[in-house]
Every structure is written in structure tokens, then in C-alpha cells.
Design a protein around this ligand. Sequence first.
Ligand SMILES: *[C@@H]1O[C@H](CO)[C@@H](O)[C@H](O)[C@H]1NC(C)=O
Ligand SMILES: *[C@@H]1O[C@H](CO)[C@@H](O)[C@H](O)[C@H]1NC(C)=O
Ligand SMILES: *[C@@H]1O[C@H](CO)[C@@H](O)[C@H](O)[C@H]1NC(C)=O
Ligand SMILES: *[C@@H]1O[C@H](CO)[C@@H](O)[C@H](O)[C@H]1NC(C)=O
Ligand SMILES: *[C@@H]1O[C@H](CO)[C@@H](O)[C@H](O)[C@H]1NC(C)=O
Length: 335
Amino acid sequence: MRMRGNIALLLLMLLQCGGLPGIAVGRCVVFNFGDSNSDTGSLPAAFGFYLAEKLKISYLSPYMESSGSNFTSGVNFAVAGAAVTQTSAIPLGLDTQLNQFLHFKNRTRELRPHGAGSMIAESEFRDAVYAIDIGQNDITLAFLANLTLPDVERELAASASRVGDAVRALHVSGARKFWVYNTGPVGCLPQTLALRQKPGDELDAAGCLAAYNAAARSFNAELAAVCRRLAAEYGGNATVVCTDMYAIKYDLFANHSRYGFERPLMACCGHGGQPYNYANLKTCGQPTATACPEGERHIIWDGVHYTEDANAIVAGKILSGDFSSPRTKLKALCK
Ligand SMILES: *[C@@H]1O[C@H](CO)[C@@H](O)[C@H](O)[C@H]1NC(C)=O
Ligand SMILES: *[C@@H]1O[C@H](CO)[C@@H](O)[C@H](O)[C@H]1NC(C)=O
Ligand SMILES: *[C@@H]1O[C@H](CO)[C@@H](O)[C@H](O)[C@H]1NC(C)=O
Ligand SMILES: *[C@@H]1O[C@H](CO)[C@@H](O)[C@H](O)[C@H]1NC(C)=O
Ligand SMILES: *[C@@H]1O[C@H](CO)[C@@H](O)[C@H](O)[C@H]1NC(C)=O
């Protein structure tokens, strides 16, 4: 998770669903679309460290470095800084990622008869889980454009409906299982608090930037409506599971002491100390930055990404299915 900036850094994941010992189980193929650089990159982040263990996942080489890559069990098309809208400065938006996927599928079909390529079978494409985890960059971009909250919310509603379009396009290509993550409380990130807060801005009960969190909830409400519409459209012919990452993550900040996090809004690795330990151009990775002492528990690692401690909790809650609608465990989807 040490990726930064607009580079087309594509993380690849190979998911291998664990079965009962001694019983042959089909591979669980996962295709992931989204913005892995952001807080909502919870899928790669949480998968990398914890879901991976639980589901017996291993990593593969990035899509962009495809020579010699092993795509047998899925591809992560998620890209650092991706946003749903094409108006963003980031070239690899959701539409581009979709095209990459369709191209990948075409190549797989061409190469399979020759025993080459990813060797993912048609049935595996059909049974794969298609995960979409995006939205946060749309929020920050809308605020950076100096839009008012109502205008931000209008933009975000359009972004949410484009997520629905992406699901429909994947469905047309034969996909039947979808897993949509909503976006986390971006107003609680040290980076947002340190860089976007203006004098007089309202903070919420957890000390987070209220307008950003309101925008996140607004996007999430639209996304939930999109999920319900999709479920109604497909009836029993496709599964659409939506997971409430906002609830999972906001709980970490609001109830931080219960989880053993002392200073929830302070980055572990950064510069400047209290209250956020985040300074522009002195971010984690720069020589001016230092990491918190070993053993100190923080929610956020570098101002944007969640720590392994936090991801362990987040992953457990994702896996429980309690925050998903309909209540579904990934393992049940992955069969
Ligand atoms: C790709 O990964 C799969 C699953 O881990 C493995 O069985 C296969 O041998 C690998 N193929 C290559 C060419 O490395
Ligand atoms: C995939 O193949 C189909 C038919 O062979 C073609 O119409 C489509 O344009 C291809 N898409 C991509 C992204 O390569
Ligand atoms: C937004 O407003 C700030 C402060 O008024 C200004 O510096 C910045 O250039 C504006 N950004 C855009 C995209 O208009
Ligand atoms: C589900 O698929 C069946 C068979 O293809 C079709 O008859 C039915 O209309 C579909 N239902 C929905 C809600 O699309
Ligand atoms: C904090 O924890 C309590 C008790 O589990 C729970 O009811 C409440 O919803 C949590 N707060 C948030 C914001 O999730």
C-alpha cells in the first residue's frame, strides 16, 4: 500500500477461496475495480493483510506489467487515484478500467485455445465476483472544484449512478455476482483535516470535517439506492451485495478507545505532531517524516491509508457479512 500519486499502479490479486481440507473446491476469481490509492482502497488493503489469510489469497503481478504475470484467479483493475467521473484528472477512471477488463477477457479467449494467457474459463468469468470500490476521489475532487455542498451532492449522485452503469455493462458481458463497497468517512482522514479544513469549518462529534462526511453519506445513500434498483432489475438472476464501509470505518473513529486507538485523527507516519501529524510535502516516505513508536496503535498510517491494525478490524467486519446488504459472507459469494 505504499502507492501514491496518479501513476497507473495496478494491483493484482489472486483469490483462492479456501475450502474444507481434502475437498476440491473451484477457484474463486475476483475482479476488482476502484481507487486503490484512497481510503476506499480497503479491498486491496484489507485483502492484502487479512482477508487474504482467511480466504487463502495470494498476490499476482500488476496488470500493467503483464508479461510474465499470472492472472489465473483474477485481476485487480483498481488504480491509484481513480474516480468514477471522467472529469477527474486521473486517466484511469471506472470506464477505462471496464475497457481494460473487456480487453483482458477478449485476450483470454484468444489465448486459451493455445494454452496461454490467464486461462480463466468462460464459466469462471461467469462465476467470478466483480467488486467495485470507488467514490472517495470523486468527493475530494468535487470539493477541490469549490462546489457548494448541494452541487457536490449532485455530482456525487451522478457518480453513483455511473457505478450502476458499470455493473450493467459487466452484467451484459456475462457477470452475475457483484460486490459494491461504499465510501468511508473521508472527513476523518488526517490529510483531509490538515489540508482542507478552513477556519470556522464544522467538525462532527468524532472531530472529523462535517461537510466531507456529509458528502460521503450522500454518495453512499445514492449508491444504496443504485444497489436496490440493480437487485430489483436482476431479480434472482444476479447477486448484488453492497457493503457499508462508512459504518465500519466511522465506528473506528467514534469508538476509538474501545479498539485501543488513542489519537484517532493522527497519522502514525508523517510530520508536525498533534493534532493530525500531517504536513503537505512532508508526508510519510519523505525524509522529514517519522513513524510513530512501535506498538502505538493508530487508525491511519500515512494520513490516507488505514494501518494494518485498523484493517484487521475492518476485514473482520467485512467478512462477518453484518455490514452487507443483503447479509452475505464473501465465502458464500465465492463458490
Ligand atoms: C499461476 O498460479 C496458479 C495458482 O496459484 C498456479 O497453479 C499456476 O501454476 C501458475 N502459473 C504460472 C505460469 O506460474
Ligand atoms: C472484444 O471482442 C468483441 C468481439 O470479438 C469486440 O466486439 C470488442 O470490441 C472487444 N473489446 C475489447 C475491449 O477488446
Ligand atoms: C477554490 O478556491 C480557492 C480559495 O478561494 C482558490 O485558491 C482556488 O483556486 C479555487 N479553485 C478552483 C478550482 O476554482
Ligand atoms: C431471469 O432470467 C430468466 C431466464 O433467462 C428470465 O426469463 C427472467 O425474465 C429473468 N428475470 C429478471 C428479473 O430479469
Ligand atoms: C459505537 O459503539 C456503540 C456500541 O457498540 C454503537 O452502538 C455505536 O453505533 C457506535 N458508534 C458508531 C458511530 O458506529
